[in-house]
Structure formats: C-alpha cells, structure tokens
Design a protein around this ligand. Structure first.
Ligand SMILES: [Zn+2]
Length: 484
C-alpha cells in the first residue's frame, strides 16, 4: 500500500515507517503470547442477601446532580431501592456500608479494550479493570476464547467486568469480496459475538455488504473508518461507533486543497496547512444526525505523536502490572514513533484538531465514549481508562461530561445498538449493581476516581483492600522469573 502522508516529500523510509506505524496501531497488541503462572483470586464467602449503602451522596448520572443522604439497597445483582436515608428501611441481615461523606456513582465502562486470548493473561487484565473501577468492557477484537470468557464472568466463575465482545476484525485482506463480507457477518452472528468490528482496507462494496447483512441478521457493527470507505459512507451506513476519530481530519481538508490526505490515521505533513476548520461544525452536526457514536482514543494518539522517550514512559508505575514481554513491545512501538518525521508544531496541530473535533461533537449533541484501546503504547488496562477521562477534561470537557462518556453513554450505546433496555450506567432502581464508592466528589475532578472505598460489580462488593490485593498479586506474578 502506498501511503501519502507526506506527499511533498520523497518516498522511501518515511513511507516504510508510516506503514509500520499504521500496522502497529491497527493491530494493537493482540499478538502477544506471553506465558504466565496462574494468579489466584481470593474466593469470597457467600454474600449476604442484601447490601445497603447507608447515608451516601449519590451521583446518579441521569443528569448533573448529587443526591445527598441517600440509602441504596442492592439485591441479586441489581439496585432495588434508593431513597432518603431516614425513609429507607435496611433489610435485616443486610451488609451495611457506611456512606457518610462518601460518593456513590456508576462503575466505569471502557469501550475499546483488547483482552488477551490467553486465559491467565485475560484474567489479569479483567482484574486490572476491576482494580480501576471498570465494571463493563467492550472487547474490540474477539476470538472464540472471548465468548467463553464473557460467559464465565457472567456466571460469576471469574472476577471481572461485564464483557461485550466483537468478533475477529473484518479487514480488506480477510474479507476481500462482498460475498466474503456477508459470510463473515452471518458466521459471527451465529457464533454469538455481540458486534462486528470493521477494520482497515475494506472496499466500499464489501463494507456495504457487511452493513446490509449486519442489519438483516441483527448484529451491530463498529470500528475504523478506512480511507477507501471514508467518513461520509460510515455516517450514511450509521456505523454504531467510529474509533480513533477516523476520517474526520481527512474530511476537514479544504475542497480546493492541492494536497490530498493520505490513508493513515495519523494526519501530519503539508496537508495540515490546508485544513478548513469551518467544516468542523457541519461534520459534528452530520454525525449527530446519523446517530453515530465516537470513541476518539485521544490518549493513544497523543502518545503516538508525543516526543516522550520510551524509557520515560516505561517509568509509569502501572507498568508493573503487565508482563515484561509486553513492556518491551510498548517500548518498541514508541521507539518506532520517536523519529516521526514531523516538527513539534505539526504534532501539536494534529492533537489540537482532534480536540476541537471532540468538543464540536459534544456541542452538537453527538455521543462520546471512553475507550482508550489498551494494552498498547504504554496504556495499561484500567489505568488507561482514567488517562482517557483526563484527556477528555484536558480537551475542554467538564469532569461530568467526561464521566458521562464512561457511564451513562455506554449504557445507552448498548441499549440502542442491541435493541434492549438499558442495563447500566446510572444509579437507578433496576440497573445492574455496578457501583463505585469514592471518598471524594468525582464531579470536582476525575482524579478523585482513584480515591476509592470499594467497587461493586454485579452486586458483589470488593473493598479497596481486596482491589489492592489483586494488584499486588498481579505485580508479583509479573516480577517472578518465568517457569518454563
Ligand atoms: Zn483497538
């Protein structure tokens, strides 16, 4: 494939480099096959029938507000009652959790993750999500192993967030014809995947066949907007979510620009001088009208174009929770971008345009999702979820607006695309009991998300001490020399 990111520059090493970069980003780190010792999780005693959060500040996320002095009763994995503490009777025998001075909000959803297909590593990743308050994940490249993992978690046999999983990605070279696209969609629906992941290199005809078949058999599709398809087709097709803001910067290029954008997700080079920002509001409005959701993966692309040294990024404390082999690949990934042939001003401009698009989408009423695409580029499952929330705030959203994209919005997303009743994302009667209890107000700062008292996942209470223990065990496994 001929990349045209720097069309004014001579071809050669730059293009090789960009092809490599594109491959790295589009494939993520799902290729890892690192062997592990098994990590044991403390088995819980049978939970009491009901759990009551007594006298707590509820941050319901139905709208921006805090309900003070509430008691919330959970039973059989669901929220069954909420009301003023002096009016709610706590059932006899219930486990009582003192909520005074604390904040109860919905558990977080991470809408773009890559779970390992190796059971031990996948189990560690699921625990990393829990230890960061993540109670729902959308796995964006699935294998049959993930269907088994999803079911094990749902049955309570394995601790972890609720999993929704895409099937194997549909790429131009795996589904080369419309017939192959149709067949793949039918097979993935039959296999029980929750959604179709559209990926790089699809022809417009194959993409159209995937769309039509998905709608016919009833399976939603989401993913990349490949250059051959383009943003307009993805909006017309009502692709449920667009990852990485694919296609938006290309669509901002002025109609009379002498330089055409290349197919890479990373838009740098002379074409940046021909961006027409007045196109942004219309792109946002068209997205809103099409009802398409966006998961911009802001942090990932900031890391890709940043001039940070891999050895400095490797100092992030959360790196102790991934295997050495994965840390090495992160370093290689970042090394491949440190010599990116673009001056700092271009990289800044690229990030600025992405942030502007995010704000425009939000202002147009188009829905956003938090999903940072871990693990890759030093993004560690769960910890990356928090970094992405901070990136939303750094781009100009309030903590509430950022947090909506990790709570109520994902709940609405699944309800809408799977045509079911919303099951999570707010603190309301009937919702799945995925709850995060904090020592500080999350609406003041997203950093307060790490001041945890504990997490409830599908009605099971995990105090912070247990979440810490999970992390310590994972760090110990990754420190231990590998048994052959
Ligand atoms: Zn991904």
């Amino acid at each position: 494939m001929k990349l045209q990111l720097f069309p004014n520059k001579p071809s050669g090493s730059t293009e090789d480099y960009l092809a490599l970069l594109l491959a790295l980003i589009t494939l993520g780190t799902t290729i890892f096959h690192v062997a592990f010792g098994s990590s044991k999780v403390a088995t819980q005693n049978a939970e009491p029938q009901s759990i009551a959060f007594v006298n707590v500040n509820v941050v319901p996320f139905d709208r921006e507000r805090i309900l003070e002095g509430q008691t919330v009763i959970v039973r059989d994995g669901r929220i069954v009652q909420i009301g003023p503490a002096n009016k709610i009777k706590v059932p006899t025998g219930a486990l009582k959790l003192d909520g005074r001075g604390k904040y109860l909000m919905p558990g977080l959803a991470d809408m773009h993750v890559h779970l390992s297909s190796q059971p031990d590593l996948a189990s560690q990743q699921l625990q990393l999500f829990l230890a960061n308050g993540v109670t729902t994940v959308r796995n964006m490249i699935g294998k049959p192993e993930h269907l088994a993992l999803r079911d094990k978690v749902a049955k309570g046999e394995l601790p972890g967030p609720t999993i929704y999983t895409a099937g194997p990605p549909l790429l131009g070279n795996t589904v080369a014809t419309p017939e192959a696209g149709e067949r793949a969609v039918v097979e993935q629906k039959k296999a029980g995947y929750d959604l179709i992941k559209v990926h790089e290199g699809l022809s417009p005809e194959t993409y159209a066949a995937i769309v039509t078949t998905g709608k016919r058999v009833g399976i939603p599709f989401a993913g990349h907007v490949t250059a051959t398809v383009g943003l307009q087709r993805a909006l017309d097709a009502q692709q449920t979510s667009i990852e990485h803001l694919d296609g938006y910067l290309q669509a901002m290029v002025a109609d009379n620009s002498p330089v055409k954008p290349g197919p890479s997700q990373v838009v740098l080079g002379p074409v940046l001088e021909h961006i027409d920002e007045s196109k942004i509001p219309a792109l946002a409005a068209a997205t809103r009208k099409a009802g398409v959701w966006n998961d911009p993966t802001l942090t990932l692309f900031k890391l890709v174009v940043s001039d940070a040294k891999p050895e400095d990024l490797a100092q992030w404390p959360e790196l102790q929770y991934v295997p050495a082999g994965m840390r090495e690949s992160f370093t290689k990934q970042k090394q491949s971008t440190t010599n990116i042939p673009a001056p700092p001003s271009e990289r800044q401009r690229y990030i600025e345009l992405r942030n502007k698009m995010l704000i425009a989408l939000h202002e147009a009423g188009s829905k956003l999702l938090i999903g940072p695409d871990s693990p890759q580029f030093f993004l560690v499952p769960g910890f990356a979820t928090h970094k992405e929330l901070q990136s939303f705030v750094d781009a100009g959203l309030t903590p509430y607006e950022a947090l909506e994209a990790a709570t109520r919005n994902p709940g609405e997303y699944f309800a809408e695309v799977m045509k079911v009743r919303r099951d999570f994302g707010t603190v309301e009667v009937g919702m799945r009991a995925d709850l995060l209890l904090l020592d500080a107000n999350p609406l003041e700062s997203v950093a307060n998300l790490s001041k945890r008292v504990g997490l409830m996942v599908r009605g099971r209470w995990l105090p912070e001490s247990e979440l810490r223990k999970m992390l310590e065990n994972i760090a110990a496994v990754n420190r231990a020399p590998k048994a052959n």
